[in-house]
Design a protein around this ligand. Structure first.
Ligand code: ZN
Ligand code: ZN
Length: 105
């Protein structure tokens, strides 16, 4: 009989317990974490094989991004919150005219 008893297992480390706003769902449930890979034997992590990069993980929607990406996305999310002054339609910042009523923005 062969049992697979050793292998590489991921281990999630929380780097910052302070929740941050998730760029995906908008809830303040994203935490800075790091996924390290450990070589484990009999399910006991023996040593770290690979140190992961810090990532922002949302506990609500499982969104994962690097802190830089998350910051950029949050930025975009803020920027895109633009509304037509005439009809209130949500506009993309690249639009010059409202696609619904044609008002110049
Ligand atoms: Zn989220
Ligand atoms: Zn409009």
């Amino acid at each position: 009989m062969f049992f697979f008893i050793g292998g590489i297992q991921p281990k999630t480390v929380t780097l910052d317990e302070t929740p941050k706003v998730c760029p995906s769902c908008g809830l303040q449930q994203a935490k800075l974490k790091r996924i390290d890979h450990y070589f484990s034997l009999f399910f006991i992590p023996l040593f770290r094989v690979k140190k992961g990069e810090p990532v922002l993980m949302c506990e609500n929607c499982n969104f994962v991004a690097s802190p830089d990406q998350a910051e950029a996305l949050t930025h975009i999310a803020h920027r895109t919150k633009q509304y037509c002054p005439s009809c209130g339609y949500v506009l993309d910042p690249s639009f010059n005219y409202c696609p619904r009523c044609g008002t110049k923005v």
